[in-house]
Structures are given as structure tokens and as C-alpha cells.
Write a protein that binds this ligand. Structure first.
Ligand code: SF4
Length: 413
């Protein structure tokens, strides 16, 4: 195979927001769709995989040579990371949200049970996770300036950091100046899913609220890095748009961040849509086999980047992916605030189209002796419901070491 023409040799040198519009997505997608098995084999022979090679590795043709792709991905992962799997858990602070993302259970217009945990309740949830062994926690919240205020987030991080060594955040995007106090309070990681890199689909999925601003979201990892976050996580949400298109853009985004935010550890997540309130159906199917192929393609292009798999995936698929390229996993997850301890149940309320509706006696949410007997609504249904220790045991049985904490803050004079 000849070298790709220069316009396919993507070489980012500045913010991805600037680079994004000149990214030859259509050409790369066409390359992916039309590549043959010979082109895939040629990519496998290369020492370094570029963006055009990545497009070939996720091609329909590459499905026919998935086994050697998996073998190379497995060898590369073991060489760079050893036989370890880092574990983390999400901790939901709030399911209030002003946005109306069509695919999300927390969307403003969904009539769901909502709550925002107090800082003390967040601490109780964190302690339950610490008791399970977790030392790395991802704080997740909907975007709602009133309930999830900046001061509240800073205080949550500050209090948790006294007991939790590694805190990451997945919250509504902020500016660099707003991120700094969160970093100073002790957070080290920020995760932001672009959801989709297809601007038309993005606009259709986000028809109200601040999340409509595609470019503000796209620039978030760079603002977070400038504020001092040292772990940055990105991802599309697979199921909204052509998965190959989104994967190519995510790979380009990662390549750019590795160059511009080089002091940070970068992770790429591979979330697929799951059932949730609102009953949004995936617009695009991505099979298990497609996901395996994508994990390996990311590994081949980015040997040192962490690849993250959540409990959105089934136990069987997660177990199968452990040796192939994944390096971080959530386990035992709950996607509702208070999910680990029941904290906040007495404060539950229902919202409809953003307006609070009191729970009424006699409804299914009202239980004698525990009037707020129901739990808050989760963001989505998880597929792997095994407790964290069971997942850790399985990791050990596969010959890998589960890692709950992989770093210590250095003491400085
Ligand atoms: S995806 Fe995030 S911003 Fe959108 S509705 Fe859900 S919680 Fe809110």
C-alpha cells in the first residue's frame, strides 16, 4: 500500500478546536469503508500507527483479521502496562440537570426522581466505596448551577480529598479559572465526553441548555489541563452517530491532546448507549465485535494511553476485554446519587419539564414507614452488576493484578 496522501497525514500543532474543522473526516471515513484486508495487514506490520492507519484498523475489512489485531493489542498492552487493571468507581453527587440531552436519563424534561447529596452524604458514599477497597473515585453530576454550584463541587472535593487519594470529576464544563480551585482542593482528573463529534447530530441531541455549545465542550480538556488537571479523559458516546466517524475524531482529538497537554495522563473511554429514562433508542448500532476491534485499534495507535471500560458492558464482554487492551475499569457501580448507602432518599423529589412536583402518598414512590422508599433515578442501566470484589477476584483469576491505587502524591519542600 502506498503512503497516504499528505492531506491524510494529520499533524496537530494547536488547539483541537482550531484543528477540528480541517480534519479530513470524510476522506478518513471513506478510507475506512473501502480498505481491504491487504491494507489492514500492512498496517499491522507498521511500527507506528497514524490516523489513516487507525481508520483502516476499524474498517469492515479488519473484522476478517481481528485475531492478529487482538494479539498485537494484547502484547502491546502487557509491554506498556504489565498485567494490571486499575479499578475506580463513579460517585453521583446529583441527578439534577438543566440540559436536555435526548439520550440521558437525567435530561431536564424527564419526569424522574432527583436529589443532590449534601457534602456529608457524599462523604458517606465515598466511605462505603473506600470500605470496598476503592481509592480512585470519579465524581459525577448533572449540570445545574443552582444545585451543583461551583462552591459545592469545591467543598465536595476538599472534604473527600482528606480520605480519598485520587479524585476525578465528570461535571458540566467550566472555564480554566473555575477549574483551578477544584484542582487546588485536590482533584487530579477530569473526564468529558464529547458525546459525538458529528456537529449535526450533536445539535439534534442537545436542543436546549448550555450543552448546546459544541466548541466550548470540545475545548474543555485543554482548559482543564491549563488549570492543572493531570488526568484527562475523553470519549464519544457510541450509538449517537456513525461510530467509525466518532472513533476517528476521538483518535484525532487524543493525538492532539498528547501533543498539546503532554504532561497529563490521557485516557479514552469506550461507552456505548444503555437503556435509560426517556427510552431513547441508539441511532446507530455498534456490535460487541466492533467494540473489541475499536479497543485494539486505539491500543495500536496509542500504546501508552489508558483505555477505560465501564459497567455499561456485560460481564462476559468485560472479562474478554481485560487482556486485550483495557487498563481501567469501573466496578460495582451505581449511577444514581445515594446508590451505595441510600443517602439522600428523604430528600427525593420528582421533576417534570424542570419543575418540581411533590411526591404524593399513595403513589408507587411512597412507601409506609419510609415515605421516600424509592431511590433516585439512575443515569442509565448498568449491565455488569457484580460487586467490586467479585470483579477483582475475576481479574486475579485471569492472571492480572487489580490495582485500587496506583500513585502517591510526592512530598515537596
Ligand atoms: S448527559 Fe449530562 S448534561 Fe446531558 S442531561 Fe445527562 S447529566 Fe445532563
Amino acid at each position: 500500500m502506498l503512503d497516504p496522501p499528505p492531506f491524510l497525514t494529520y499533524s496537530p500543532t494547536m488547539s483541537f478546536v482550531v484543528e477540528f474543522d480541517s480534519l479530513p473526516v470524510g476522506l478518513l471515513l471513506n478510507r475506512s469503508r473501502t480498505a481491504g484486508v491487504a491494507a489492514v495487514r500492512e498496517c499491522l506490520g507498521k511500527a507506528r500507527i497514524g490516523l489513516s492507519d487507525f481508520a483502516v484498523l476499524i474498517s469492515p475489512a479488519a473484522r476478517e483479521v481481528l485475531e492478529p489485531i487482538c494479539r498485537r493489542s494484547q502484547a502491546l498492552t502487557q509491554q506498556r502496562f504489565g498485567k494490571v487493571m486499575r479499578l475506580f468507581a463513579p460517585l453521583y453527587l446529583s441527578n439534577e440537570c438543566v440540559n436536555n440531552c435526548r439520550y440521558c436519563g437525567f435530561s431536564r424534561d424527564n419526569a424522574i426522581l432527583r436529589v443532590t447529596l449534601s457534602v456529608e452524604e457524599v462523604l458517606a458514599e465515598a466511605r462505603a466505596l473506600l470500605a470496598q477497597g476503592f481509592r480512585s473515585i470519579l465524581l459525577v453530576a448533572g449540570e445545574h448551577p443552582k444545585f451543583v454550584s461551583h462552591a459545592y463541587v469545591v467543598e465536595c472535593v476538599r472534604r473527600l480529598h482528606e480520605e480519598v487519594p485520587s479524585i476525578s470529576l465528570e461535571i458540566g464544563p467550566l472555564g480554566t479559572d473555575a477549574y483551578r480551585p477544584i484542582v487546588l482542593a485536590g482533584a487530579d482528573g477530569l473526564v468529558v465526553y464529547q458525546e459525538t463529534y458529528d456537529r449535526e447530530v450533536y445539535a439534534a441531541m442537545h436542543n436546549s441548555g448550555p450543552k448546546r455549545d459544541f466548541l466550548w465542550r470540545l475545548e474543555t480538556p485543554e482548559r482543564a489541563y491549563a488549570a492543572g488537571f493531570r488526568r484527562i479523559g475523553i470519549a464519544p458516546l457510541y450509538g449517537l452517530a456513525d461510530w467509525r466517524r466518532d472513533a476517528i475524531c476521538a483518535a484525532a482529538h487524543a493525538a492532539c491532546l498528547l501533543r498539546t497537554c503532554w504532561k497529563a495522563q490521557l485516557t479514552i473511554s469506550l461507552p456505548r448507549l444503555r437503556p435509560c429514562a426517556g427510552e431513547f433508542q441508539p441511532r446507530v448500532q455498534m456490535s460487541d465485535r466492533d467494540l473489541v476491534q475499536l479497543v485494539c485499534a486505539f491500543r495500536l495507535m496509542f500504546p501508552d494511553v489508558g483505555l477505560v471500560l465501564s459497567t455499561r458492558e456485560s460481564p462476559r464482554l468485560r472479562d474478554g476485554l481485560i487482556p486485550l487492551g483495557i487498563t481501567l475499569m469501573s466496578a460495582g457501580s451505581h449511577t444514581e446519587p445515594g446508590g451505595y448507602t441510600g443517602a439522600g432518599r428523604e430528600k427525593l423529589h420528582r421533576t417534570e419539564r424542570g419543575r418540581i412536583v411533590e411526591l404524593a402518598p399513595g403513589t408507587s414512590e411512597w412507601a409506609p414507614g419510609n415515605p421516600r422508599g424509592a431511590t433516585a433515578t439512575g443515569q442509565f442501566a448498568i449491565a455488569d452488576e457484580r460487586p467490586a470484589q467479585e470483579v477483582a477476584d475475576l481479574i486475579r483469576r485471569l492472571g492480572y493484578e487489580p490495582v485500587w491505587k496506583d500513585w502517591d502524591t510526592a512530598l515537596s519542600a
